[in-house]
Each structure stands twice: as structure tokens, then as C-alpha cells.
Design a protein around this ligand. Sequence first.
Ligand code: ADP
Ligand code: MG
Length: 684
Amino acid sequence: MELSLNSSVQYVPRVGPSMAGKLRNLGIETVYDLLTYVPFRYDDYSLISPVARVQPGETITVLGTLTSIKTFVTKHGKRLVMARLTDDTGHIDIVWFNQQYLVKVLHPGDTLSVSGKVDWFGPKFVFSSPAYEVIHDEEGKGSLHTGRLVPVYSETAGLSSKWLRGRIDYVLTHCLSLVTDRLPKEIIEKEQLMNVREAIQTVHFPDSAESADRARERLAFDELFLLLLRAYEQKHLWDTTLKAHPLGVFAPSLLAFEKALPFTLTTDQKTAIQEILKDLARKIPMNRLLEGDVGSGKTVVASAAMYAAYINGQSSILMAPTQILAEQHFQTLQMILKPLGIETGLVIGGQKKSKQIETKTARILVGTHALLTSDILPRKIGCIVIDEQQRFGVNQRAELRKLTHTAFTPHQLTMTATPIPRTLAQTVFGNVDLSVLISLPSGRKPVKTWVVPQTKRAAAYAWIDKELTKDRSQAFIVCPLIDESESLGAVKAATAEYARLKERVFPKRTVGLLHGRMKSDEKTAVLDAFRQKSIDILVSTPVVEVGIDIPNATIMVIEAAERFGLSQLHQLRGRVGRSDKSSYCLLFTENETPEVMTRLKALESVHNGPKLAELDLTLRGPGELFGTRQHGVPGLTLARLTDTAMVARARRSVGSLVTKDPNLTAFPHLREILDQSKIDSIKD
Ligand code: ADP
Ligand code: MG
């Protein structure tokens, strides 16, 4: 059967349905997947030596004739295969353990290439379980498993790296010519990249470490190029296919808005509002991400957008991930908008009908996902705001946008406290515009942060107790996340810690407990008690409402801090330092290895969220950025987002390509890839 790049791997000779099933575990389904399954390292067997020159301890290749092979049982009952390899200069013995079948596969007289480490075996030296391969003396056909840089692949049960090597060699020989270079020639030339076929061949079977690097560079470049091109395409589609109501705001109205605020806006808030108003005035829907630390004041920025919708006769909705946050936003919005005579409504699950009717007249609605199914939504939604966007699924966001009953797409603002490093913002979020709040509202001081080793724990508790008395302030104690998300384990840890602290450490204090498995009214009750200062110390699990705003709490203790990413720690720390009082963050850790200490100590000196995110990205990879241990960035295997030089090169290439040919009409190969990302998927 004729193989194409899209053929199932099962049709590759010697694969079949059963091995194809195993390949699927490695993410390999098609011939193309197999071709591009890159090795994670190479064994360097390129040093070839005559038998007489072999030294023990060396990793080396010897080529010779197999002169004998037999099984052998040691005194201790171990089964070995012993063989002898002979060349013009002498002979060397080979021992294989537990590979009895070799006597059936290898025969005296075979030309054999053997690579591996040479060890002492009694008085003489031998190859011990080396890689081997019978050389069939075919013209021009090099070795695969020995005598070269040998690719080593990630394996799975029942499927070895050696077997993969053979199958990959087959598809390289028979199918590589089907691969077309999707990168435009100009870019390949300008960036001095290897051509794609050579890169795929070389990444498997390089003739030097340098050529392997060049091959990897080319393939990594492709990944970044495509990622950036997709982002461009998404933005291009968004801009050219969606229509919005322009929501212009004249200067006097904006002034009225600012004047009604109980505080003055920070410079960053002003800039963000300007950026948003500029977007809103266009006929293209806004698609903007507002990034700012907890407490940086995102809600007021969002309220400016909703205010713009309001004065243009349109409604707005703000969706928050939890009821507590929705209620908090509702209060903030009321404080901001009431003085302007604008009514705000709250939509949460399980509300009474009468309450809903009362809300019906409001043109600015705040709520949880209950908004999605609410029957009191206004028809003309000009603007939607989504808080903590990564906590909503893609579907929920798409559904939200569909709430509008007209041909117009609402302007969209998403808010996040997750700091996003610049490199990531430009690539993964390349299709959205970004506004960032770095400066904190005036009067706020950076949270003093200390890493507290085990030996200082008792002293730290005593200090906390004193501090709580001194200022009548309050403390959070966050217990470790056992698994990635809020698992039962975290609840148990918090519950046990709560009991311990209450009984043994702070017997004279009121200690409260908050965790994700509590019912939502129980949570509200505990938080209200904390807010009203009838609880001194709140023990909680990490997922406790990120945006919670309790200005009197000035101490944040984090247990097992080493289990968190720097960004997450920074976000947790952001729950204190929300007033003009001094605040403190104590990072407890029982793991005092130098790496952990260095990483955690970064928080003592760095108070800038995006900077910490950048550090996280270099230290722990992109999976940490969203607080969950994701696989990384989809589509990137070889490319590193931390490779800023490469990201810049790929960006430049995409930029020059799309300026010349925005629809990529001259590049059908690229067009084809992009057409797989449809408008619907891009809207998210
Ligand atoms: P977040 O960015 O975490 O969502 P919020 O919008 O909840 O932050 O704002 C946190 C607190 O700071 C709120 O009580 C808000 O009223 C207040 N705030 C926002 N902007 C300012 C400012 N410029 N000056 C003083 N206080 C502000
Ligand atoms: Mg918030």
C-alpha cells in the first residue's frame, strides 16, 4: 500500500494494529507524526576503534566478525549470552544478560557492529550488554543503532527506542520526500534555516552534535512561527469578520466618571482606561486582557468600560468565577456607579423571583455563571467583562458571547491576576491586546516577605501573635496544595492544621477554617466573620477566592511554600497589603535544599508579578503559569518560550510575511494549516 503522510502508522511495514495502539500512547497516529517524533537525546557511539586499541571505561564502537556465540549459566544460575567479536587486530568478548534469544538472531560469520561501554570482567575486558547491529554491507546504507550519534526516544510499555528507530528509518527512507516545506523561501534564506526535509532527517540521524542542533533549531522555529501565525490569523479574523457597536465616550462624561470615584486613579489605571475607550470607540469588538496583581484595582477599570456602554444605551455584564467574588464586584460597582445614578444588578444561582425582577431594570449586571442561564438578561449587550478568565472553560466564554441577540458581538474585556510574562503574552496570547496594571493604588506598601525555615517556626508563631495584638490585625494561613487542584488532600491538610493551631498554637485566638468543599453560604459566613474581625486567623486551602479583599488582614502565612510556583505565591501574598498598614508574608518550608531556598527567596526582593512569572517560566516551565500543572503550551515540543531571541526571530518573520500578504494567498501550505483554526475556536 502506498503510504501518505496522513496514513495511519499501522500501515507502515512491521507496525500493524497492535503496535499502532502503543504508538498512540506516544501521540503518534500518522506517518507524519512518526517522522516528526523527535528523540530526547543521542547516545554518542561515533568513536570507532580496532579491537586492539579498546580501553576499559570507554564508550566505543567496534566492527568485526562474530566468531562465536553461546549461552552460558554462571555459578549463581544467571543466564548469559557470550559472544566473541574478531577483527584484524584481535578479539573482544561480549556479554549480554537475560537476552537468550540473541543466539537465534546472531550467527557466527555475521558482520557485527557493537557499541557501548567496555568493562572489566574478571581479568579481561568485555562489552557488557552493548547495542549491536548486523551490518548487511548495503552500499551507502549507514548503521542505525551503533557507530554514530544514536537517537534515543521516549518509550512506552512494549515499545522500545530501538524498534522506533527502525520504523522511523523506514518512513524517512520512503516518505520524507512527501514533506513540503511550509515556510516561505525568503524566510528560510533570511533566517539561514535548514530546509525541512534535511531537518527531519538530521534530527533523527545527525552526523554531528552541531547538525543536530541546527535541525532542532529549524523545527523549533517552525513551531513558534506557526504559533505566532495562528495568533495573527485569529486576530485578523476577529478584526475582519466581527462587528460591534462603537461605544464612544466624550471627555466630559469621562471626567464625570473620574470625579465620582472615592479615590484618584493610578497612572496605570488611567492608561488602561484610555486603551479600553479607544478600542470601544471602534466598530471592531474589543478583545483585551487586563492583567494586574490582586489589589491593583481592575474592577474600576472594568467599570469604566461598562460605563461607556451605559452612556451609549447598551447593557453590560460582568461574570465572576464564584459567588463571593461576584458579590464583592457588585459592592465595588455600586460604590462606583451609584453616585452617577447608574443601577447595578446581581445575578447568582438560587435567587428569588422577586429579586430577579428587581434586577431586571439594571443595565449593568454582575454575576456568576448563573448569568448564562438567566432569563432576565438585557437584549443589547454592548460589553462583557470576565473576571479571572482562566477559571472559565472555553465553552462558557463562547456561550457568554452568544448571549447577545443581535448580529453585533459585544466588546470583551477579560481580567486576570495571573501575571503573564511578555514572551508568553506575545505568543500564546498574541491574538488579544494587553493592558497591564503594575503600579498599586497609592499608600500601599510592598508586602515584607520572609522565607521561614523549620527552626524558626515557633518564633514566627510568637511574632504573629504579638503582631495581631499590636495592630488588631488579622492573618491568613494557607495550607499546602497536595495535588494540582483542590483535592481532598488539601482540605484534610487545612482541617488538621486548623485543629492544631486552634488548640495548641493560638489557644487564645479565634481561628476560622475555609476550604473549597464548604457550601457557598458557609463560606460566605466565614468570610463575613473574618471581615467583621470576629475571626483573628483564617486557615484555608489555596484556592480560596483569589480576589478576596479584606484590608485589615496584614499577615499571610503559606505552609509548604515550595509546592507553589512563584506566581501563585505572589498571588496569595496579594491578599494582604491592601491598605496603608504594613503587611507581611511568611513562607514556611520544610524543604531547605538550596534550589528551593533560592527560588523562594526571590519573593523577598521581587514584588513585580510579571517579573516573577518570567522567573517561573525559566525555572519551572510554562505549565506553572496557570496554577495547574498543564502540559505546557500546545504545539510546542522543541521550542522554548524562554528563548527570547528565537521568539523575536519568529515574530519578525510572521510580521514581514503578513504585512506583504495579510490573507496568505500566495502561501497555500500555510493557508491550509490556518484554515484548521476556525473562527469559533479563535474567539476564545
Ligand atoms: P483587583 O485588581 O484585585 O480586582 P479591585 O478592583 O478589587 O482589585 O480593587 C481592590 C481595592 O482597591 C478595592 O477596594 C478598590 O476600591 C480599591 N482601589 C482601586 N483603585 C484604587 C485607587 N486608584 N486608589 C485607591 N483605592 C483603589
Ligand atoms: Mg478582582
